[in-house]
Design a protein around this ligand. Sequence first.
Ligand code: ANZ
Ligand code: ZN
Length: 795
Amino acid sequence: MSYNHQEIEKKWQARWEADRLGLVTEDGSNKNALYYLIMFPYPSGAGLHVGHVESYSAIDMLSRMERMRGKNVLCPIGYDAFGLPAENYAIKTGVHPSVTTKNAIAAFHRQMQSIGLSFDWSREISTCDPEYYKWTQWLFLLFYKNGLAYRKKSPVNWCDGCHTVLANEQVVAGACERCGTIVIQKDLEQWFFNITKYADRLLAGLDTIDWPEKIKAMQRHWIGKSVGAEVKFAVASSDEQITVFTTRPDTLFGATYLVLAPEHTLVDSIVTADRRAEVETYRIAASKKSALERTELQKEKSGVFTGSYAINPATNEQIPIWIADYVITTYGTGAIMAVPAHDARDLEFAKKYQLPIKVVVSSKDGEIVEGFFEEGIATSSDFLNGLSTIEAKAKMIAWLEEKQIGNAKTTFRLRDWLVSRQRYWGAPIPIIWCEDCGAQAAEEKSLPVELPTDVDFKPTGESPLVDSKTFHDVKCPKCGKDARRESDTMDTFVDSSWYYLRYTDPHNANAFADKKNIDYWCPVDLYLGGAEHAVMHLLYARFFAYALHDLGYVSFEEPFVKLKNQGLILGPDGDKMSKSKGNVVNPDEIVSEYGADSIRLYEMFMGPLEDAKPWDTKGVVGVRRFLDKVWKLQEHVSGSSSDSVLRTLHKTIKKVTEDFEELKFNTAIAQCMSAVNEFTAAESISKETFETFLKLLAPMAPHITEELWQQLGHETSIFKEAWPTFDASMLVDDVIEMGVQVNGKVRGTIHLAPGADQETAKVLALAEPNVLKWIEGKELVKIIYVPGKIFNIVV
Ligand code: ANZ
Ligand code: ZN
């Protein structure tokens, strides 16, 4: 019988489904539980991508191996199914997002099954399913009732392309992460989650988890903790005070002017009549720029004088108050003290507008220069002179506190998470607006607040839900009067912040998940996914876990103990795969031509999991040839295995086991390939050797191994077998016996490693008394050495 992958794969996929291979229940012994999580996909109409196949294969291999090691492994899958692409498609074609999403999910499901993934299919969830978003809404209300969800008016990011607001995390280099439109600031009332409450703990928690350093660094930067002080400046001839935030209170003596953000609330009251027109023009221009355009170091600074002065409390000198757009409203206090000698942006600004520059920090060897941005020694600073920057900061803060004009202050770059969206295809925010009672939480029994279908998808800047009649017909839960539903939906990142909890108890109708189930499985032992989620999903999900921990719903703070990122699979041309470049590889074609086992093995063999790797179909062919050899090995099974075959087998057990533990699938596969070459070259291998090898290969190539296992006469699945263990005594390097010839006649034998070099072989041969006898007194003409085969001395 030849290796017919199509037949074999269909057969075993059906069998595994019937046997419910990946299905788990809580087995009582918590020590046995492992939770392996893969970032769930957005069910796009384009179907499964070879990039999905990469990480899904990896997690499946691990799950299958750990099950064979006796672990109860939960490895679930679901769909991050709300979101803009389906809605945008609906706008173009009129097909309802629920229809396209349902079709896409069916296609994903079929494709995932076609590569033999052993997910627990009984736990498949979809975030757009009312049974799911009921709990997303419930969690929103839980946060709302505990002060973690609130509404406020503030300048927010607005994308004119997507007609919706965006979270800070969704603005990349000043543009909408989705459509690339430059994001503008709008003053709007929106819903926020109070993630900043957890800023310190989200920062500290990073030190306790096993995540790639790069991702942790990105989260640290995003949280952006700055330790410094707030300082109050009196406005000359006025009762007003301006509070600034600075990380360098030690430089107060060098503050030669103040700058307010153009939107600062004090601007109106301090601007003098003669400067008003100019200030207004400037403010309008600034409002049209993105935060990035304003703060980028390379951008030329601009600003205008307000006409007023403040008093520097350290020097008692009057210093001018300017407004400039390099100061942003939403950071610190929206006002700064400018110290041009020691801050790059202030220096550029001061030079442009000829403002005074005063050096107050010297280098450690006493050099006094403007443009010195590091820490040094305080100078020209009265009571701070001679102190190091650290000492001077502390002393200045003490002085400010004593005079009651300042205090130590820590700020964060992290802003509260804006969660409302003016779009249709998301979970409705379960709030009811009553003219008399204001915002009211929808009653728990009214959940889910279902998405209406009588809507027009065309984005207008208001949520499409605004126009739905059925949706808005609601009574105030408090006073019973006619009221109106909130028409915004939630950011889809809310859906994905808690999905891993739902997997532990996916059909629970009374809770988002039972605490018992959560405690059994969570936290997640290994989370595998793309690095692009460094500051959105991964930060939001951590916030949810901390909040739910504090509210008593989960017992852990960090949801993902270990995180690994898989690398991108690039097109054959080395570029990122994209439809427009025409370099997309369709996994279906590879599966049908070479087999599921081939695509799984190939994608794991391409290189280290975390590296970016270009696709090469020749590589798939190579892997397929390897599987053909494995198939042929069955003809080779007879009698016993030589010592050398057994050594290779045990080495392979050790290597595959250890490499799997470190997610080094490529080297594990390489070892299997070299083992198969050796087995093929050996005279025969025993049935036991072949069986052990099949068990090792089973997690990687489940179909072919299961088939061969059955053909060897087994009636139960190979995945019910225990994972092989190695015998340490079989790991020492093997030694072969070789005849030593003198002039073509064997005169003695030596023992050496199969790959030993000629020098080693010569030393051993010349130490053999029997060989010596034949060459004694003769001239050694030459040596012919073929490792493992011939050693001939010509005399
Ligand atoms: C005086 C000073 C002197 C500063 C000096 C720096 C160096 P990080 O580290 O990012 O927190 N700043 C404060 N609020 C700002 C705002 N709303 N917009 C723009 N810049 C703002 O940066 C803190 C520093 O950034 C603060 O310390 C302030 O400038 C500026 F030698 O104050 B510094
Ligand atoms: Zn009411």
